[in-house]
Design a protein around this ligand. Structure first.
Ligand SMILES: *[C@@H]1O[C@H](CO)[C@@H](O)[C@H](O)[C@H]1NC(C)=O
Ligand SMILES: *[C@@H]1O[C@H](CO)[C@@H](O)[C@H](O)[C@H]1NC(C)=O
Ligand SMILES: *[C@@H]1O[C@H](CO)[C@@H](O)[C@H](O)[C@H]1NC(C)=O
Ligand SMILES: *[C@@H]1O[C@H](CO)[C@@H](O)[C@H](O)[C@H]1NC(C)=O
Length: 965
């Protein structure tokens, strides 16, 4: 039939165009300016297909009328089958007139129109380079106008909500392209673990939608970080984990998972995928490498075979459909039978038809290469490689993927947690972008808290991803990669009214929403805000990392990180804007160039500060001509930072047992051999320390000069912590060990095996009974107040019991016991009682998240609460320190401190912020270092709390050296 051939031709033309689009060396979706063509081509294809369908339909009707009397083989549902055939190669996308819509399908009736007036608008257009100063008008769930809105347009409204932005930054809602919202609900409960099916290694038929729990605290928390849309993916236990679901996070009147969906391929009323009514992009999750291997006892060979086997199944169905349809459209019905299809495999067949955005968790070169070969073998495209820690090493290979190069969805600095992530580099976003690949930052929520996804973009920018691409990486780029750039990811008229009004430039550290609109509905009922410093209204100027980025490539992700001890006797830092020093339990700014009326000079000799002050105070007569002089370009000299809370120093690669110290045996649950003292044995972290781990060296290079680590434990008694220098080569090097034994550590948690009351009883018993050495000795010291007892605890209820217990013991013994709560997510609830109890608090999640039940009552901080947990505790005079949970986070200590200060709106000064992450941590853990002996750091281009500075030197009186980095 001519009509059928015409349609065939049209679809072939359409296919060629698709291939051309996708084969561009610079992906077209990287360039917003090109998008209109892209979209109109897609719409044009769609129109042609629809036309074809119409022509075909009338032709077949005629054909039937003619043939039905002659050929009894024509099935009764012939029309239905022909419709299916006509749709086989139609590409998904919005209807042609989509952007002419007057109201969003997600519009909430009764939502008042809103004018955000006088904003600095990052639109996402022009490759993310366009900034408009003006207004944004929202109505009908849509962005109606951007820029200067004419008065007569405004006059037409009588119920306009007007928001005065006063120049503040506005961006599109943040899009998180990799999350497990709802399938891994928060707080985590066994009744809602729905992200990984273990029923088969390749299951394209599973759908995240079917497991999407609506009761997760994370929805609201993420919105508070400006997140408006997320792609919820199944977990990564399987090679093919199933279909993802795109949702908007705002609560709906329906209160259902269905109500959250944004343009998904399923019928709203049914549960089927029907391309004739749902020409929407589908999203599918794949995983390579370690995860399927670990879960299924596979090798990479097995996993790749499971992909090939699945694809072969899908390919056969696709071929039989195409052959069937060729005959059916030619009217050759005889013996044709039923249309070949299979509900289990239809989604994978759709991948082969190019109608699915494939999201592939895939890290290592071997796996990436396998997948790229697979795309060419079976002719399908990958939308994005996720996690993808080695992609930056193999850009050219990625470009060989079928159809178009995949985008790459990354973490900024979260790496080395397993072998596949060992070569992860903070320079990956920059290097990939330089190679023309699209970069996306994602959370993998709850791996990282989606709420702080923008922080990933901020860090990527710090390490060299251009600002326009950094902002695009969490807005327009993910929107485009998911096939949703016709409605989200940009501030353009006709787009969904998903907007964030920020308290600073979105790439400034700590940027926090003042308001978030989703579908035009304001999400924050009573947003708490603070005034950020004026500098925060501008894009921070990142330091130069060209050399480091080059080394990352040269050394295949493992560049040498060891510091260089300087040879010269005198090292002099010039052009210092501030000098901060430790004074007892606080940090003080002892010099400020702006107050002194000239640059600051810090003279060091053999690791000791000889002079710090103005040029007049520290004249060149203090040092000899061979002195090495460094210009800090307005940088600072400040106390070295201290990290606690992670296994830093006891592990290299978290998931590799052969690289970690392991876990202490626990007296409450384990049989402990007599040879180590039976139940009174105590492990000391100092005996398990590993030096030169990459996380330790990276932390050192970021100004962390002391790490405190307790033995790892899954039970009650951990043992004695040790303090060490993360920059040292080995334990025996001078100054490598700061303190052999810092504090005695125990943990009290729910779900720990023995009940909480049993754990408390054990602690009480330790204080009351005779305990053998060595534990007995340590308990005696605790009783006398000579050794700090650090209790890892999250629940306020458990803390209350501990406060009582401490008081009991003190009354009995007549001594003051030193106690610190570490972790302490719920400490703010007992701030007053903790203060009265004389207990200190070390918050190891300074930006809290209710991961578990015992952490659920967090103080969320801005914009959801007026105070943060840190300020709530400080207001009660509790000594607060901040820590971390995972070793890779140590390098970000200075940003954590900075964030605390920014969020406090001035209540926490820079000096106090530095104290939170240095002296306070030492004090809370019993580390005793003389002020004069403690390390200092020198930063270039700003103080250590700024996203424009770089740590360039470490001054170590203890070790008698200055390390230049
Ligand atoms: C816009 O905001 C800026 C910054 O606050 C202010 O200086 C300016 O006067 C405002 N313009 C208008 C038209 O309100
Ligand atoms: C869903 O079904 C209801 C009741 O049959 C109908 O009114 C509504 O239009 C349907 N919605 C969609 C999106 O098909
Ligand atoms: C100090 O650093 C600032 C900031 O980089 C620079 O503008 C200034 O020229 C420098 N001054 C000297 C004396 O080097
Ligand atoms: C905290 O300490 C300060 C200074 O010693 C004191 O003025 C203030 O009253 C204390 N606050 C509380 C809540 O105890």
């Amino acid at each position: 039939m001519i009509e059928a051939r015409l349609c065939d031709l049209v679809s072939r033309v359409a296919l060629t165009r698709t291939t051309m689009d996708k084969g561009l060396p610079t992906p077209a979706h990287n360039n917003p300016a090109r998008r209109p063509h892209h979209r109109s081509r897609r719409a044009w294809r769609l129109l042609l297909a629809v036309l074809c369908l119409a022509v075909l339909q009338s032709a077949t009707n005629l054909f039937y009328a003619e043939r039905s009397t002659r050929n009894s083989q024509i099935p009764v549902n012939a029309q239905e089958i022909l419709n299916k055939c006509a749709l086989l190669n139609v590409q998904p996308g919005p209807p042609l007139d989509f952007n002419l819509r007057k109201q969003s399908d997600r519009f909430v009736a009764g939502t008042r129109p809103t004018l955000i007036r006088n904003a600095s608008i990052w639109t996402g257009r022009v490759d993310g380079l366009e900034v408009l100063h003006g207004d944004v008008l929202l109505d009908g769930g849509l962005i109606k106008r951007v820029g200067q809105v004419e008065q007569d347009v405004l006059d037409a409204y009588n119920d306009l909500v007007i928001i005065e932005a006063a120049g503040a930054w506005v961006s599109p809602g943040i899009v998180d392209m990799h999350s497990h919202h709802g399938v891994d609900s928060s707080p985590e409960l066994q009744g809602a673990e729905d992200s990984n099916s273990l029923k088969g290694v390749a299951q394209p038929w599973l759908r995240a939608l079917d497991g999407l729990n609506t009761h997760s605290d994370a929805y609201k928390l993420s919105i508070a970080g400006g997140i408006t849309t997320v792609l919820v993916l199944p977990g990564s236990a399987n090679a093919i984990g199933g279909q993802g679901v795109v949702i908007k996070l705002r609560p709906t009147d329906a209160r259902t998972p269905t109500g959250l969906m944004l343009e998904n391929p399923w019928e709203i009323n049914g549960t089927l995928y029907d391309p004739s009514v749902s020409l929407r992009w589908r999203q599918m999750k794949y995983a390579c490498g370690e995860n399927p291997s670990r879960v299924y006892g596979f090798t990479r060979m097995d996993t790749t075979w499971s992909f090939r086997q699945s694809y072969e199944t899908a390919r056969k169905i696709k071929v039989s459909q195409d052959e069937y349809c060729a005959k059916a459209t030619a009217g050759e019905w005889t013996g044709l039978g039923a249309f070949p299809e299979d509900l289990q495999w239809e989604a994978l067949v759709d991948v082969l038809r190019g109608r699915v955005k494939v999201h592939n968790h895939c890290y290592e070169t071997v796996d990436l290469d396998d997948m790229v070969r697979l795309t060419n073998e079976f002719k399908f495209s990958i939308a994005a490689f996720h996690h993808a820690h080695e992609t930056y090493l193999v850009s050219d290979m990625l470009k060989k993927a079928y159809g178009h190069p995949p985008a790459v969805a990354l973490f900024a600095t979260n790496a080395r947690y397993k072998r596949e992530a060992y070569r992860g580099s903070e320079f990956a976003p920059r290097i990939l972008a330089e190679n023309g690949l699209s970069v996306i930052m994602k959370s993998d929520h709850p791996v990282l808290d989606s709420r702080f996804l923008l922080y990933e973009a901020q860090q990527a920018h710090y390490y060299g991803l251009p600002a326009n691409l950094a902002l695009a990486s969490v807005t327009s780029t993910p929107a485009t990669v998911m096939g949703l750039d016709h409605r989200i990811g940009y501030i353009k008229p006709g787009y969904d009214a998903d907007i964030v009004l920020w308290d600073s430039h979105p790439l400034a550290l700590g940027a926090t929403p003042k308001q978030v609109w989703i579908d035009g509905v304001a999400q924050l009922e009573h947003p708490y805000t603070v005034t950020k410093p004026p500098a925060a209204q501008h894009v921070p100027e990142p330091p130069n990392f060209d050399k480091e980025a080059e080394a990352a490539l040269r050394y295949e992700g493992l560049p040498p990180l060891e510091p260089e001890h300087t040879k010269s006797n005198f090292i002099v830092f010039r052009n210092v804007s501030s000098v901060y020093r430790r004074q007892g339990q606080s940090v003080k700014e002892v010099f400020r160039a702006s107050a002194a009326g000239g640059e600051g000079i810090v003279v060091t000799s053999e690791g000791k500060v000889v002079c710090a002050g103005s040029a007049a105070e520290c004249p060149s007569s203090l040092y000899d001509a061979r002195a090495e002089i460094l210009n800090l370009a307005g940088g600072a000299v400040a106390p070295g930072l201290v990290t606690y809370g992670s296994p830093l120093g006891l592990e290299e690669i978290t998931a590799e047992d052969s690289t970690i110290d392991g876990y202490a045996l626990d007296p409450l649950t384990d049989t402990i051999p007599e040879i180590i003292g039976g139940r009174s044995a105590v492990a000391a972290a100092v005996d398990g320390l590993q030096f030169g781990t990459r996380d330790a060296l990276l932390a050192y290079r970021a100004g962390v000069t002391t790490a405190v680590v307790a033995p790892q434990s899954y039970g009650f008694l951990a043992g004695l912590s040790a303090a060490f220098s993360p920059g040292a080569k080995h334990k025996l090097e001078k100054g490598a060990i700061v303190q052999q034994a810092a504090a005695l550590h125990i943990s009290i948690h729910y779900d720990a095996g023995p009940s909480v009351s049993t754990q408390i009883a054990a602690l009480r018993a330790l204080f009351r009974m005779e305990v053998r050495r060595p534990l007995g000795n340590l308990i005696e010291k605790v009783k006398k107040g000579e050794l700090i007892l650090v209790v890892d605890v999250e629940s306020a209820d458990i803390m209350a019991s501990l406060i009582e217990l401490k008081k009991d013991i003190e009354d009995r013994e007549g001594n003051t016991i030193k106690m610190t709560f570490a972790g302490a997510s719920e400490a703010h609830l007992l701030a007053k009682e903790i203060s009265e109890g004389g207990i200190g608090v070390l918050l190891t999640r300074p930006r809290p998240f209710p991961m578990t039940w015992e952490q659920r009552r967090i103080m969320p901080g801005l914009p959801l609460s007026e105070t943060s947990a840190i300020t709530a505790l400080m207001d009660q005079n509790v000594t607060v320190g901040i820590g971390i949970e995972e070793a890779w986070q140590a390098r970000n200590t200075r940003w954590d401190a900075s964030w605390a200060a920014l969020e406090s709106g001035g209540e926490i000064s820079k000096a106090e912020a530095l104290a939170l992450a240095s002296v306070h941590v030492e004090h809370l853990l019993g580390v005793e270092v003389e002020d004069i002996e403690s390390d200092l750091i020198a930063t270039y281009g700003g103080d250590p709390l700024e996203l424009s500075s770089k740590v360039v030197g470490i001054i170590s009186p203890r070790r008698g050296v200055v390390d230049l980095l």
